[in-house]
Design a protein around this ligand. Structure first.
Ligand SMILES: [Zn+2]
Length: 55
């Protein structure tokens, strides 16, 4: 899968329907057909990313 934000291929699968882009430092999770994007904060917790920012 390609990163939906940068279009790059530096995406790794980190869980069931969960992916991480090493380029954007963002994590993606598919909830059905909905893509949720999370930002990984410095302490490792996930912060929901405004998906309106996805081009
Ligand atoms: Zn990316």
């Amino acid at each position: 899968m390609k990163c939906p934000i940068c279009g790059g291929r530096a995406v790794g699968k980190v869980g069931l329907e969960q992916y991480y882009c090493w380029n954007c430092y963002l994590e993606y999770q598919y909830q059905g057909s909905v893509l949720k994007v999370y930002k990984v904060s410095e302490d490792g917790s996930l912060v929901e990313y405004n998906d309106a920012e996805i081009g």
